[in-house]
Design a protein around this ligand. Structure first.
Ligand code: IMP
Length: 432
């Protein structure tokens, strides 16, 4: 069985898009299992950059079946725009290449309005969400009043669901002092949502069954995660997290197949750390070095354009992510960004109230008090543009990457030394 799950091992933005693109070469089916268009997966092919928010990153390889799983929340407007962009490149739309789970939930316009209004009302206590309506859509799902893809394609059900959930949306909007939905806005929303449903109808299917059948027929399945382990709703830095489970175990739930299909677990981590949005970040460099990392690494949100907070690699957090996900293979990205930085610091433990702590604390108040205990690694100079093997790298760069994998007790399988397709060394293809 050549299946794998590819997940973010930090706070998102680890470079999952480009790793999924590379792993897709050997995959037959690529399936997103959670999240929505809060994600921004960047893939650079022959100098052309594509940012995918909801369609799986495997789509840039012709012929792969791309699936948006049941655990996702889908903004029909964004999905249709993305499909249009891909159509101009002759990659989509083709119902045979894109399947949207009939169980996936729909993000409606009022979800975005609530998301933004709530953040505004929180003021300094905001979470720093992407404002894409992700949280409110998952809230409606849990409250059992959400709209699913099989509803949006049914003209009769659309008004019924929108009118019922708009009532709750209005109570929430009023509670945070925002403008409630007017009757005419609701009617317009119904008409637009019906139109979206009609366009998306040919793509909606029983995604779990299709993935299970493909696996039974010996096809390779790649499960594509979004965000990262430390943004996981249960295990991340709550409440500074997203509203879905980002860890590998959720791939089975978010697609609707058994966990025995998951295969290898590829954890993607940057050679340093970044975070976008609020919440504790022990190794953050709020100094010129942090700015230098941001500039060198182009650390600006692929979805919102927000500058990302940058810092040194955190092995306490990575060990936690390794355990949470059961990572078997490490894909280390952006090693080239560290070239020329001089000595590199890696956090190996925290100090909290005078005590050395090796485990990632669940309480964000405690995490906010953590001071990193650093180990110094020798820096390195230029990394070749297209290294073909570890031998092409400066000795200190090679040792940095191998030591991280060793400390995590996982195999170093992929090392990316540039943003473009082909700028990576594949030591072992997890799907081979
Ligand atoms: P939400 O997912 O929009 O509700 O945002 C919740 C938190 O997750 C915020 O800190 C966001 O910045 C963060 N977040 C959501 N999606 C991503 C992502 O794809 N990359 C990095 N951070 C993300």
């Amino acid at each position: 069985m050549g299946n794998a799950v590819c997940i973010g091992a930090q706070w998102g933005d680890e470079g999952k898009g480009r790793i999924v693109d590379r792993l897709s070469e050997r995959a037959d089916v690529v399936v997103r299992f959670h999240g929505g268009n809060n994600a921004g997966h960047t893939v650079v092919v022959d100098g052309a950059t594509t940012i995918l928010h909801i369609v799986p990153s495997g789509v840039l390889h012709p012929g792969k079946l791309c699936v948006i799983g049941a655990g996702c929340v889908v903004d029909p407007e964004v999905l249709l725009q993305e499909m249009e962009m891909l159509a101009t490149r002759k990659l989509l739309p083709d119902p045979k290449r894109l399947v949207i789970a009939d169980e996936a939930h729909v993000i409606l316009p009022f979800h975005k309005r609530i998301d933004k209004a709530r953040e505004q009302q929180r003021g300094a206590g905001k979470l720093g969400t992407t404002g894409r309506g992700i949280g409110p859509a998952y809230e409606d799902k849990a409250a059992r009043r959400g709209m699913r893809m099989h509803d949006i394609i049914d003209r009769a059900r659309v008004p019924e669901i929108i009118r019922a959930s708009a009532m709750y949306a209005n109570s929430m909007l009023e509670a945070v002092g925002a403008e409630a939905l007017r009757g005419d806005e609701i009617e317009e929303m119904i008409a637009r949502t019906r139109a979206h449903g009609e366009k998306l109808k040919p793509f909606v299917d029983d995604a779990g069954a299709l993935v299970a059948d493909a696996a039974a027929a010996g096809k390779n399945i790649l499960f594509e995660g979004a965000q990262g382990a430390l943004l996981d709703l249960d295990h991340g830095t709550y409440p500074y997290v997203t509203s879905s489970n980002c860890v590998a175990g959720h791939a089975s739930v978010g697609v609707g197949v058994g966990p025995q299909l998951l295969g290898r677990i590829v954890g993607v981590a940057k050679a340093y750390a970044t975070r976008v949005g609020e919440g504790p970040f022990p190794t953050e460099l709020a100094d010129p070095l942090g700015t230098q990392l941001r500039d060198r690494g182009g650390e600006y949100g692929a979805t919102t354009g927000r500058p990302r907070r940058c810092g040194w690699l955190d092995l306490v957090a990575l060990r936690y992510a390794t355990r949470l996900n059961g990572i078997t293979d490490l894909a280390l990205t952006k090693l080239d960004v560290l070239a020329g930085f001089g000595d590199l610091q890696v956090c190996v433990a925290y100090e909290i109230e005078g005590r050395r702590v090796d485990r990632f604390p669940h309480d964000v108040a405690m995490l906010a008090r953590a001071t990193p205990v650093f180990e110094t690694f020798p820096g390195f100079g230029e990394v070749p543009d297209r290294p073909r093997s570890l031998d092409d790298l400066p000795a200190a760069a090679r040792s940095y990457a191998l030591t991280i994998a060793e400390r995590l007790g996982v195999r170093l399988s992929i090392l990316a030394a540039g943003p473009g397709r082909g700028q990576e060394i594949v030591l072992e293809d997890p799907l081979a």
